[in-house]
Unconditional design. Structure first.
Length: 579
């Protein structure tokens, strides 16, 4: 007796089905179960299917047919929005891993596999070779309107102002009036139209390049990368997000890969295979969220297109640098003019111009490093993506065959997921914050990001205190007073500083109390600003405060703005930033 040799040739099976139907139609009363079976086998073999001999002497035909019922497999493949994935390829494997069937879906993303032996009622299947090229349907993340352009200018003005405020002895509001009067209206520059977020990344680079080498060496490495390269990776990812059409998808993919590596504490090459697969699945879901089509093929082609994307990003970074440089140059010209001469002392103006020149020097350093860092960022991104796609990744599912008319269709719907954004720690956050980040609720994430923005845009930390306390703090800077002098036993464990405003005590009468009339302004220059951005944590968290946070600065939101709390255990670090 003959039977079909696995795997079944689907084309031969369809040809045999058609031949059997023609024979049955022409002679409906002349066919027996045995003759139909033999006819189908012969037609299958004639169409190119492979058959083999079996010993059927001890089993009647009726028993053989009954013990080996023929089932069908129905497959369907849909996109995340429910549209069919037309003409993709399918593969059906046995539970032991042998390939049983291969073929193509039709225009409706459907396939019917007939005459499946009983032993293959359960199987594993996957789809691949989606014929639809990947297309992004969501626009770039940076497409500012006129109001957003004005926000850029305001941000840069705040940035410049923040570096100058410490050069005045007047109160904060008077000082800002003087600076704004001298600067006047910063002229609109066309380059600002597509650099809304890039400038924020450049600000971190400016702070870094204003440091001397000894300060730069104190920054911790991230994933084995220097702090400098890590800052540049962040800037390039932001700039890539500004590329028309594809930018959002590329940025989303890179943010997700970096997010997963940060959580694992390793680069892709050092992860276990199952971890790499999990990242690949997550990346495909992000791509499905940004567009539709063969996301895996797009990933396979990623490295070949990276040079072009990096070139576009480099030009956008250059435009952002040009915009920033022109505004700082404008400020320099104004502070060299007659109005500044009339409003400022020579010492004040000299100090301001010195600070602005440091800005320009840092910007020049960024210009000079741009091409070299582009190459290093390019190589690093290429390495991560290449290692990500090096495995044979498939979305496999278990399926079930049913008898004809059973109605069960094995369906896979592509999944989609948004790229990480607010609910992921900033690149510069310290490792303790990253460790506990996923345990924080959404409200804490949101408040954390608000506090980060407030520190970015504020110029000073302000504390109201007594003359004795001020003397103790000034003495601790010089080394002439002790920590107990600054934090008298039994009084307080933290020093509270208002962010960008005069500190007010919660108890109103204390604000009027004699002896609390001294104001300490601590300038948020590059070093202190970066220290807070990297290390500050919420003052209150659900559950127990992690032990790793006890030596870190904290923030809390009060009625009139954010307050920064410096614990006693962090004072020795903080006091170094007081000028």
């Amino acid at each position: 007796m003959k039977r079909v040799r696995l795997p079944i040739n689907q084309n031969a099976a369809l040809s045999a089905d058609a031949a059997l139907e023609r024979n049955t139609y022409s002679n409906p009363n002349g066919a027996t179960t045995q003759s139909r079976r033999d006819a189908w086998i012969n037609a299958y073999a004639a169409a190119g299917g492979e058959v083999e001999e079996v010993d059927g002497k001890s089993t009647s035909v009726g028993q053989l047919v009954k013990s080996c019922p023929i089932n069908n497999i129905e497959l369907r493949y849909l996109r995340a929005d429910g549209a069919p994935v037309a003409n993709a390829q399918y593969v059906v494997r046995s539970l032991q891993g042998d390939i049983l069937y291969k073929g193509s879906l039709d225009a409706n993303g459907y396939a019917l596999i007939r005459n499946v032996p009983y032993e293959h009622t359960s199987f594993v299947y996957y789809f691949h070779k989606d014929s639809q090229p990947y297309t992004v349907t969501r626009g770039p993340s940076a497409r500012p309107d006129e109001q957003e352009t004005q926000d850029i200018l305001d941000s840069i003005l705040d940035w410049i102002w923040g570096t100058l405020q410490g050069d005045f002895n007047e109160n904060q509001s008077t000082s800002q009036i003087v600076v704004n009067t001298v600067l006047g209206l910063i002229p609109l520059v066309d380059q600002a139209l597509d650099v809304r977020d890039i400038i924020a990344g450049i600000k971190h680079l400016v702070s870094f390049y204003q440091e001397d080498e000894s300060q730069q060496r104190k920054h911790a490495d991230v994933l084995g990368l220097s702090h400098e390269l890590w800052l540049w990776i962040n800037v390039f990812i932001i700039a890539i997000g500004c590329i028309p059409e594809l930018g959002s998808a590329i940025k989303g993919v890179l943010k997700l890969i970096i997010n997963r590596m940060q959580k694992a504490g390793k680069k892709i090459a050092m992860l276990e295979p199952h971890q790499v697969r999990e990242i690949w699945e997550a990346v495909v879901k992000v791509l499905n969220d940004y567009g539709f089509g063969n996301a895996n093929k797009w990933l396979m082609d990623f490295s070949g297109k990276l040079d072009g994307w990096m070139a576009e990003a480099t030009e956008k970074i250059r435009h952002a640098l040009d915009a920033t440089k022109s505004m700082v140059t404008f400020a320099q010209n104004r502070f060299n003019g007659w109005l500044a001469d009339a409003l400022l002392s020579e010492a004040q103006r000299t100090s301001i111009l010195t600070r602005l020149q440091k800005f320009q020097d840092a910007l020049s350093k960024i210009y000079s490093r741009l091409e070299k860092m582009k190459a290093e960022v390019n190589a690093w991104i290429r390495e991560q993506v290449s290692n990500l796609i090096s495995g044979s990744h498939k979305f496999e599912k278990k399926g079930t065959a049913t008898s004809a008319g059973g109605g069960h269709v094995n369906t896979r719907v592509q999944e989609k997921a948004p790229a990480p954004d607010l609910h992921n720690p900033p690149l510069h956050a310290n490792n303790s914050i990253k460790k506990y980040w996923d345990q924080w609720p959404e409200a804490v994430h949101r408040r954390y990001m608000e506090a980060q923005k407030a520190v970015e845009h504020s110029a000073t930390l302000v504390r109201k205190m007594s003359a004795a306390e001020l003397a103790a703090i000034q003495g601790s800077k010089k080394g002439s007073t002790t920590l107990q002098d600054v934090f008298p036993p039994g009084k307080e464990g933290n020093k509270a500083f208002a962010l960008g405003r005069v500190y007010e005590f919660k108890k109103g009468e204390r604000n009027l109390q004699e002896g609390y009339e001294e104001i300490l302004n601590v300038r948020l220059d590059g070093g202190l600003r970066e220290y807070l951005l990297q290390n500050m944590v919420p003052d209150r968290l659900p559950g127990k405060m992690p032990a790793e946070f006890k030596d870190l600065p904290r923030f809390k939101l009060e009625q009139d703005g954010f307050t920064i709390l410096i614990p006693k255990t962090a004072w020795s670090v903080f006091v170094k930033y007081i000028h």
